[in-house]
Design a protein around this ligand. Structure first.
Ligand code: TYM
Length: 339
């Protein structure tokens, strides 16, 4: 349980490092609107400082940040209700991250799966930022004293580290200042898989565009990619247990359940015995119905970039009103002189 003395507050972030895909939508974005609509203060961030831990072309980063903002709004985030901004406009994130760099231990960072995957065989050539990345992520969350963080499954380890950092800070300084954040990893699609290989996660970095559905894809592209998704030769099973060891089949059923806001058991019951050719046809129709309006709305919003920049600037001002006092208190706890 998160600590009772902290007001419930939601934070989450997405990297503006390429096209948003179906995994980002079902694992994160779609669920962000739920938190906002429950009336909990929700803070959503385009984490541009995280993105540059690997090389980003500057013009592409600018465009991707604006497009991501359009993606948030098209997915139901209301910039009046929620706080929506890009990370670099709120310097308190990087400032608190420095303090956390001095709290987190090298051993903790080296054990992060994402660091191991992304630094690969040549860790010597990876940026220092890539290793320190989870400390910045902890700062993103804790600079707002956020209590709940909706994310996909792949971020779980980073959120455990966030709790470790908060606990060590509180312990070292003898305070109860940072909350123990709760990861919120819920729903049928917390780990959407690659459409061509059900053992790999759907990701923006896969070189093949056929492996993912982008939120910018039009109706034809969405339908084509689903119809060409890899499956096995067997029909759909009678019960959800029958999806075991059938990663591609399981993935398509999960996607259906998440898009239709129902359960895996329901989808299996509705489609038991159906061949995948027919199932994919119906899934394509469902996906087009749910996703095509989002890409249309994103394209519309992208026509007014000045408005997007205004929204991000206003969001950053509101974010700083919360973050600045928390950073100031952190500095006081640490013993920094404030004149
Ligand atoms: P990022 O930008 O890689 O992904 C954004 C969100 O999408 C989820 N996600 C998925 N969910 C299901 N299936 C998938 N295949 C899939 N791929 C991505 C991610 O879990 C995430 O929720 N480190 C974070 C960004 C971040 C952040 C934060 C998140 C920075 N600071 C503070 C929460 C709180 C990241 O790289 O997400």
């Amino acid at each position: 349980m998160s600590d009772a003395k902290f007001t419930p507050r939601v934070f989450s972030g997405i990297q503006p490092s390429g096209d948003l895909h179906l995994g980002n939508y079902l694992g994160a974005l779609k669920r962000f609107a739920d938190a906002q609509n429950q009336g909990i203060l929700s803070i959503y961030c385009m984490v541009d400082l995280h993105a540059i831990t690997v090389w980003q072309d500057p013009a592409a980063l600018t465009r991707n940040t604006r497009e991501l903002c359009a993606g948030f709004i098209a997915s139901g985030i209301d910039p009046e209700k929620s706080i929506l901004f890009n990370q670099s406009q709120v310097p308190e994130h990087a400032q608190l991250a420095w303090v956390f760099n001095c709290v987190a231990r090298m051993g903790w960072m080296g054990r992060m799966t994402q660091w191991k995957d992304k630094s690969g065989k040549n860790a010597e050539a990876a940026s220092l930022g890539l290793l320190a990345y989870p400390a910045l992520m902890a700062a993103d969350i804790l600079v707002y004293h956020a209590t709940h963080v909706p994310v996909g499954e792949d971020q779980k380890q980073h959120l455990e580290l966030t709790r470790d950092i908060a606990a060590k800070f509180n312990h070292d300084y003898g305070v109860e200042f940072f909350p123990m954040t709760e990861p919120v990893i819920e729903g049928a699609a917390t780990r959407v898989m690659n459409l061509q290989d059900g053992t790999k996660k759907m990701s923006k970095s896969d070189p093949s565009d056929k492996t993912r559905i982008n939120l910018t894809d039009d109706a034809d592209a969405i339908a084509r990619k689903i119809k060409k998704a890899k499956t096995d030769p067997d029909p759909l099973p009678e019960t959800a247990d029958g999806l075991e060891n059938r990663p591609e089949a399981r993935n398509l059923v999960n996607i259906w359940a998440a898009l239709a806001e129902t359960t895996v058991d329901d989808v299996v019951a509705q489609n038991a015995g159906k061949m995948f050719g027919y199932f994919k046809q119906d899934l394509a129709d469902l996906a087009v119905e749910k996703l095509a309006p989002i890409s249309g709305e994103m394209a519309r919003l992208m026509q007014d970039q000045a408005e997007i920049d205004r929204i991000l600037g206003r969001g950053a001002e509101r974010a700083r009103e919360i973050a600045a006092p928390i950073l100031a208190q952190t500095y006081d706890i640490v013993g920094m002189v404030r004149s």
